[in-house]
Design a binder for this molecule. Structure first.
Ligand code: FAD
Length: 632
């Protein structure tokens, strides 16, 4: 049998993006022997691509900002379906986490008086995103890596070995979580370069694997986003929440075809970019939904004044939450008012001098020049919706990030609840820091509670994990993983995409069921050292499991809300708001089941942050009747 390298840790963090690195730092600072595993190179996690910034109510640009306003914006953005405790912790702790990054060496852009600058973004009432040009994720990852190296240097001095307490395993992919009875006992995977197997024995595992976007054809997501963490959690017996909510970012590139889906940061609109259709009309004024009416400008003049006088004018409708803007663009294109390549126009060239555009949006300037031969300082971009983020994810305890399986924790995009039905831009980077830290703390305190009673990895489980991983290589005559991946992406894109209908989703589930048979017989050619076909064959299993769950949940939820739009149920329903959809699977990931659970009630002091008239747009009659006196 293929040999397996063995390592023993207190805490194993799967994922080296913002959430994983922050969790690993915390676990190590709590004295736990910690490993961080990533399937890409260290420093190449998806977080590095984040552009616009991290949302934190520091109040540096507008002193009226505070955690309560941030909380309210987050709940509005998620259409009142967020886990309220998570949204509260996030809004309260984000400023400290941004400050902490500065202490560790991050250099954010500055206000004129030297404070951390904050920019406007959709759905945020005040300028709130701490940023570094449009390359914020790069600075975040650089800083967190630097912090890890500093801790390793301290360990080298103290213990004679930089890896003694905190070690990074790059280009290593986890394919199974291992359990001892009900508890987590470790993780099994392979090293991409050599194809050798490796097992990490650890009582606590933190999932920080990011999202699922590579299951869709048009996506802003990197190759790593194959839903591994979501699938690992399901197969380990944990629950996933609200997987029907998938965010389609309104502005991805649409041309040329080779770059379709690549993100055009929301900062373009935050910094004054406007959307126009083929008739030159600034169409977003026609699409302000009832729940947001009164909060957004009604004329171009008022919207334009807001950029210089936000206290006396309402914000432009281009800055509505992402789900609203994406649906509006979709509708314009469908109505025949799209741009030549099937998008709409986004123009920042008439708003700012060329030099300022190059300074504020350097990556966008470069991206369009290099990839599309468009100079954004002189002409509009063509943009359209692209799959961007998954709001659904692993069900966790808000304070500790513990999943429903003992020893399993989840933070970052792989976790569910925080963003409700739609995430506000900038709220992910802050989420990674807030809940990454809490995951490190949660895992460390769980390990402390175990004492000598540690779970063990069983040999039979190791044999099974190894056999499953080797199967595509040992099989002959099966289909190509590349072909199957394309079919999966097309199915999800066309039938479970931005606008959904029951008949199409049933068709999708049918196709996914047939794909399941074929994926079970997928074969990869070649040997074990660096073999992308083999890697994809293993990823496919995860993408398929998660896609089936997403399609099932999307078919079940008969309303439109946030990142879930039903053509056949266009209204938002107060009854559905109180329902959380919960997915489970068997250990083989063969059978997925869907259940319902009531949404946690928001505490009275948090409810009191909203006007009753606003609550009436979301809550059921029964919920309204239960409101505290002052709110009725
Ligand atoms: P990631 O950073 O994706 O890290 C996942 C890690 O898990 C990687 O290291 C990966 O290798 C590893 N991994 C996955 N599967 C396995 C496995 N099986 N075994 C081992 N390792 C595994 N959000 C904002 O708040 N502000 C922004 O400005 C912003 N801009 C964005 C721009 C773009 C182009 C995109 C695509 C997203 C943007 N987002 C932004 C969203 C945000 O970047 C992500 O939600 C966030 O970075 C996710 O971080 P994470 O730590 O959860 O996961």
């Amino acid at each position: 049998a293929a040999p397996v390298a063995r390592h023993r840790y207190d805490v194993v963090v799967i994922g080296a993006g913002g959430a994983g690195l922050r969790a690993a730092i915390e676990a190590r600072e709590q004295g736990k022997k910690t490993a961080v595993i990533s399937k890409s190179l260290f420093g190449k996690a998806h977080t590095v691509m984040a552009e616009g910034g991290a949302a934190a109510a520091m109040g540096n640009v507008n002193a009226r900002d505070n955690w309560q306003v941030h909380f309210r914006d987050t709940i509005r953005g998620g259409k009142f379906l967020n886990n309220p405790r998570m949204a509260e912790l996030h809004a309260k702790e984000a400023p400290d986490r941004v400050w902490e990054l500065e202490h560790w060496g991050a250099l954010f852009d500055r206000t004129a008086d030297g404070r951390i600058s904050q920019r406007n973004f959709g759905g945020h009432e005040y300028p709130r995103l701490a940023h570094v040009g449009d390359r914020t994720g790069l600075e975040m990852i650089r800083t967190l890596q630097q912090r890890i190296v500093a801790l390793q240097q301290a360990d080298a001095e103290r213990l004679g070995d930089p890896d003694a307490m905190l070690r990074v395993y790059a280009e290593t992919t986890v394919t199974e979580l291992l359990k001892d009875g009900e508890r987590i006992a470790g993780a099994f995977g392979y090293v991409r370069e050599t194809g050798e197997f490796v097992v990490f024995e650890a009582p606590a595992v933190v999932l920080a694997t990011g999202g699922i976007g590579k299951s869709f054809k048009v996506t802003s997501n990197s190759w790593e986003y194959t839903g591994d963490g979501h699938a690992l959690a399901l197969r380990a017996g944990a629950t996933l929440l609200n997987m029907e909510f998938v965010q389609f970012h309104p502005t991805g590139m649409v041309w040329p075809p080779s770059v379709k889906g690549i993100l055009v940061t929301e900062s373009v609109r935050g910094d004054g970019g406007v959307l126009r259709n083929s008739e030159g009309k600034r169409f977003m004024f026609d699409y302000v939904p009832e729940v947001f009416r009164g909060q957004y400008a009604e004329t171009e003049e008022e919207a334009d004044r807001w950029y210089t006088d936000p206290d006396n004018n309402r914000r432009p409708p281009e800055l509505l939450p992402r789900d609203e803007v994406a649906r509006s663009i979709n509708a314009e294109v469908k109505a025949g008012r799209g741009s030549p390549h099937g998008g709409v126009f986004l123009d920042v060239s008439t708003r700012m001098p060329a030099e300022e555009i190059r300074r504020r949006l350097p990556s966008m300037h470069h991206q369009f020049k290099e990839l599309a031969d468009v100079d954004i300082t002189a002409e509009p971009m063509e943009v359209g919706p692209t799959c961007h983020y998954v709001m659904g994810g692993v069900e966790v305890d808000p304070d500790t990030t513990a999943a429903t399986v003992p020893g399993l924790f989840a933070a970052g995009e792989v976790a569910g609840g925080m963003h409700g039905s739609n995430r506000l831009g900038g709220n992910s980077l802050s989420d990674l820091l807030v809940f990454g830290r809490r995951a490190g703390l949660g895992a460390a305190s769980y390990v402390d509670g175990l004492g000598e009673d540690r779970p063990r990895v069983g040999e039979a489980d190791l044999d099974a994990a190894r056999a499953t991983a080797l199967a595509p290589l040992e099989r002959t005559g099966g289909e190509s993983p590349y072909l199957l991946h394309q079919e999966l992406q097309q199915t999800m894109n066309d039938l479970v995409g931005i606008i959904r209908r029951a008949d199409e989703m049933k068709q999708a589930l049918d196709s996914l069921d047939k794909l399941k048979e074929r994926v079970a017989h997928v074969s990869a050619q070649g040997a074990r050292p660096y073999n992308p076909g083999w890697h994809l064959a293993l990823d496919l299993r995860n993408m398929l499991l998660v896609s089936i769950g997403t399609a099932m949940a999307a078919l079940e939820r008969q309303e439109s809300r946030g990142g879930h739009t039903r053509d056949d149920f266009p209204e938002m329903s107060p009854e559905w708001r109180t329902t959380t959809l919960v997915l489970r699977a068997d250990p083989a990931g063969e059978q997925v089941t869907l259940g319902r659970r009531p949404l946690e009630r928001m505490r009275d002091d948090l409810l009191a942050l909203f006007e009753r008239s606003e609550l009436a747009k979301y809550l059921t009659e029964a919920e309204l009747a239960e409101l505290p006196e002052g709110e009725r």
